[in-house]
Design a protein around this ligand. Sequence first.
Ligand code: TRH
Length: 377
Amino acid sequence: MKASWDIFCSVVDNYGDIGVTWRLARQLVAEHQVPVRLWVDDLNAFVPLCPDADADAAQQWRQGVEVRVWPKDWQPVEAADVVIEAFACTLPEPYLHAMKVRETPALWINLEYLSAEDWVSGCHGLDSLRPDGLKRTFFFPGFETGTGGLLREADLLARRRAFEQEPRAKQAFLEGLGVYPAPAARLVSLFAYENTGLASWLEAMATGATAIHLLVPQGRIMGDLLRWLEVEALALGQVERRGALTIQALPFVRQEDYDRLLWSCDFNAVRGEDSFVRAQWAGRPFLWHIYEQEEDAHWVKLNAFLELYIKDLSPDAAQALTGLWHAWNAGSDMAHAWSKVLEQWSELTEHSERWCLGQSLRADLAQALVLFYRNWI
Ligand code: TRH
């Protein structure tokens, strides 16, 4: 019989926690044919990623995954063979008890946040034994050998290539969103937290020589955008023009369509963890707005990734990208950094595709988890 899997997700804020666990759950079902229950404590964060879902259903099946509400008042269930506690979300006490009374032990994995820091490979796969006899294993996604890899569906790059090669695919997708870019315009997507640097970036794009069509899905950056545009609101699909810059607000699209949006653009601004990874699979240059952490821990994380990512770039291109990422994450003036990135555009574009291919040669996170379990039993 196939091993059963339980994935626990507590939505801290935004969409990253559910974004990662929903993606992992779907992939385990689709590619490894294992039964998966995804326990989520806030279905309101799930529905935007999977609009067919019912925000009020205690139990529902979506794309083969059994999605269950993680209620405050936990009702006893049997523990699964593999238990994934995403991002140290703390399993319900009665569930721990159910794990303890199993005839054979369950594999309990704490799935950690993604980081390119050096120490990750040293901690990946380490166990922690608890006084109650249960053992928890720390599983770290990552970019290098010795880590758990990145979430990537087996056919993802083939699907991207098919999308790129089918002449009408991109146009049809964009038209479906009401997007009709001028033929010479560069398409840029913008998904970010509030950012005081936005006005200077928009200014630079508006006064630049290159026509840019900026696509902005509904989200936290909207306030800064409206302030710069000096408008009260931007309806979905509505277009505003300022010099060389065309700005268009988009709806928040389902997770599969967000990939298509990234594939359709020449440059993507992303944030958090999951969109950050998807931008890499899109094989386009990108700008990461990292999730802010206490004591500026996010800067260490940002620079660790940059160090890896720019390794094979020329000094000029490396400096251009680093300058842009630093300016964006500091919320400071973007004009100079953006002009430098435009100068290095073709090298940065080629590099993103190479980086994507290099990362795709490694085992993906779902595969790594399944293998880990096989070796463990
Ligand atoms: O939303 P995020 O900022 O999420 C997080 C969480 O805040 C979390 O607590 C934090 O720890 C983590 O970041 C680092 O960014 P992220 O991770 O990119 O998640 C966004 C998800 O939303 C991702 O799965 C892509 C998806 N998405 C869509 O499905 N459609 C859309 O239109 C857009 C813009 C995003």
